[in-house]
Design a protein around this ligand. Structure first.
Ligand SMILES: [Ca+2]
Ligand SMILES: [Ca+2]
Ligand SMILES: [Ca+2]
Length: 196
């Protein structure tokens, strides 16, 4: 499974004018349209069927990190794009990236072993392909934020008392706030009725 993202295009938005591409420019690209009535920007892209596309933005190429928009879509002949957005920035830079892993479902796939899906990581503003552990507890920061809302979760803790530590839960995609059900010990009563 190839999960490497490839940078595809860079588009620059200035308050005084817009710079974009058109769908005839190349096989994949992105463009920005300004709605002067609503003062909103619509960013859209076009691409290759079945490839998943991601949009990153930053206001400063030197001092600010690239941040993933909480949106992803498959490329196609039709133009796709996230909902319109408003910004007070005087300039922004956008980058389009894609993965050619067309056989897995982005909404459920956990590419980086964070313990939550790529989509949930995107929704929290994380790069779903990198390992991020700023709290240095061996647990991906996105997993901590998603389940606890904070960083610095105790990896040895067992908040739901199900015998699995938070570290183990994160490695197996478990829910640290929901006790695991021991299915091996479950019994099922099956009543069979003969048709009358
Ligand atoms: Ca961490
Ligand atoms: Ca637990
Ligand atoms: Ca659990």
């Amino acid at each position: 499974m190839r999960t490497k993202l490839l940078s595809l295009a860079l588009s620059v938005l200035f308050a005084s004018g817009l710079s974009g591409q058109t769908a005839s420019d190349q096989n994949s690209g992105l463009t920005i349209v300004h709605d002067s009535v609503l003062d909103e920007f619509s960013l859209s892209w076009w691409g290759i069927d079945d490839f998943y596309y991601f949009v990153l933005g930053t206001e400063d190429l030197v001092d600010e990190p690239w941040v993933y928009f909480p949106y992803v879509g498959k490329g196609a002949d039709a133009v796709l794009g996230p909902p319109p957005f408003a910004t007070n920035a005087t300039k922004m830079f956008f980058r389009l990236e894609y993965t050619d892993d067309t056989n897995s479902e982005l909404l459920t796939t956990d590419y980086n072993g964070a313990g939550i899906s790529a989509w949930r990581q995107l929704d929290l503003g994380f790069n779903p392909f990198d390992w991020v552990d700023s709290s240095d507890n061996q647990i991906h920061d996105a997993w901590e934020i998603y389940h606890f809302g904070i960083l610095g979760v105790d990896p040895a803790g067992d908040d739901d008392n199900d015998g699995l530590t938070n570290l183990e839960e994160s490695r197996t995609g478990g829910d640290p706030n929901l006790a695991a059900v021991d299915t091996t010990a479950a019994t099922l009563d099956l009543n069979i009725y003969a048709p009358r």
